[in-house]
Design a protein around this ligand. Structure first.
Ligand code: TMP
Length: 210
């Protein structure tokens, strides 16, 4: 039985910590799982990640940015995600296409039609079974960042507000497949909420636990 679980959210929401914690918990339960990130997760993706995140790097137009994220995603899909799902594993992905809709669509204001066309070409109809949105006020999220801001973190606050608005809209339009969690809650409490959601999904698919 395979499941595709995606973590989404704005800067400093804590999704990577929670995604990794869930991965460890599944492994501990003896459930075959794979953890991966976007952009990244492959040799090509890791190189693209550096180009996209590095603030002092080369000029990148919003359209090129869209294609770079999609190239990383396409590689990740074929190299990691699809083989793992076909092998019956649970795939936990730190970001997926909703990041593109939120950041390049709502944030950069690229045409949604263009984004949808590129996304359709990239993901070959793969839809996450569950997308967990760790929702945070952008000011609070950015304040959690102590290191130097990268190319996205250094965008102005209105950009981050639009990203959040985009996420909340997507989640409200597909509430069966999205779970919104208040990212300002204590870390352990968030982990418990996530685990309950995963248990429900596992029960639905008759997966037995240790
Ligand atoms: P993170 O993995 O550390 O959150 O960094 C990834 C950054 O890239 C983050 O600022 C969100 C951004 N991003 C996009 O703008 N579009 C995308 O499609 C993805 C996957 C990430």
């Amino acid at each position: 039985m395979s499941l595709f679980i995606v973590f989404e959210g704005g800067e400093g929401c804590g999704k990577s910590t929670q995604a990794r914690a869930l991965y460890r918990k599944l492994c501990h339960q003896g459930i075959p799982a794979v953890f991966t990130i976007e952009p990244g997760g492959t040799l090509l993706g890791t190189r693209i990640r550096k180009i996209l995140k590095n603030r002092g790097s080369i000029p990148i137009t919003p359209e090129s940015e869209l294609f770079l994220f999609s190239a990383s995603r396409s590689q990740l899909l074929k190299e990691v995600i699809l083989p793992a799902l076909q092998a019956g594993k649970i795939v936990i992905c730190d970001r997926f296409i909703s990041s593109t809709i939120a950041y390049q669509g709502y944030g950069r204001r690229l045409s949604m039609t263009t984004i949808e066309r590129v996304n359709d070409l990239t993901i070959q109809k793969l839809v996450p079974d569950l997308t967990i949105l760790l929702d945070i006020d952008p000011e609070e999220g950015l304040a959690r960042r102590r290191d130097i801001y990268d190319r996205f973190e250094s965008m102005d606050i209105s950009f981050h507000r639009r990203v959040r608005e985009g996420y909340l809209k997507m989640a409200s339009l597909d509430s069966d497949r999205w779970g919104i969690i208040d990212a300002s809650l204590p870390r352990k409490e968030i982990a418990c909420i996530i685990w309950r959601k995963i248990l429900d999904l596992l029960k639905e698919s008759n997966h037995s636990l240790k």
